[in-house]
Ligand binder design. Structure first.
Ligand code: C5P
Length: 231
């Protein structure tokens, strides 16, 4: 693992669980935690989480809960009961909703006898182009996340250092929109290299297609680790 402490989460955005599990097998030596998001979860349900865990990975459940507080509390309780390491809510859902998520996460963990997952709030999707006030919006949503007492935020590499200096290094920063030098950004707009995101202070990099579409995913991961180490 990198000296910066930045850890890679590999996004399994496949609509085929078998293919996703093969990716876990291929990369398990280099990756501790895998993202299960709406694609796998909608198709395979909680089985997707169980199977990734059985294959030796921990799970970042990225379902971006956004609803009234009572509903999100229940969803958070259920997510937590699955024994995931982190899960997401949408920060625009507000302080009360995020507080309910934190409470639900704690309740679910006690009920299932597992460790409480980290609850992270998605500030502004990294696919949204960063015009003028994006930083301001990210900071306001990070403020709400802090007030609600959740563990961290999802933001782009561009906003990490401002978020950390404003709300403290203890607020976990999860950063998607990672592209290796020279690669296309696909639908991502606020992108950075792994080293760039690591030196900005990211705790977790959520990386998908750069690795999963590569001919040799393990080799790309090795390259990413080196980029983080040299950050
Ligand atoms: O394939 P790529 O590296 O773009 O994957 C990035 C992952 O991070 C995707 O699974 C995407 O859903 C997720 N994500 C994101 N922006 C956020 C939150 C999550 O791109 N704000």
């Amino acid at each position: 693992m990198a000296t910066t402490g930045t850890e890679i989460i590999l996004a399994l955005d496949s609509d085929d669980l078998g293919e996703a599990l093969r990716m876990v097998d291929m990369t398990r030596d280099r990756v501790r935690t895998y993202k299960v998001g709406s694609i796998l979860f909608t198709r395979y349900g909680t089985d997707s989480v169980r199977r990734v865990k059985q294959a030796g990975g921990e799970v970042f459940l990225d379902l971006k809960f956004h609803d009234i507080p009572n509903t999100v509390r229940g969803a958070a309780r259920a997510a937590s009961g699955l024994g995931v390491r982190l899960f997401t809510v949408h920060a625009p859902g507000g302080v009360e909703m995020m507080r309910a998520a934190a409470e639900g996460a704690a309740e679910g963990a006690v009920g299932a006898g597992v460790e409480r997952p980290l609850v992270v709030g998605v500030t502004v999707l990294t696919s949204i182009r960063g015009e003028g006030d994006t930083l301001d919006l990210v900071l306001r949503r990070a403020a709400a996340a802090t007030e609600a007492g959740i563990d961290g935020v999802v933001c782009s590499a561009r906003e990490v250092s401002a978020v950390k200096s404003e709300y403290g290094s203890g607020l976990v920063a999860v950063v998607p929109g990672i592209r290796l030098g020279g690669e296309s950004g696909d639908d991502q707009a606020r992108v950075a290299t792994p080293g760039g995101a690591a030196s900005a202070g990211a705790d977790f990099l959520v990386i998908g297609r750069s690795v999963t579409r590569a001919a040799d995913p393990a080799a790309v991961l090795e390259h990413i680790e080196e980029d983080i180490r040299n950050a």
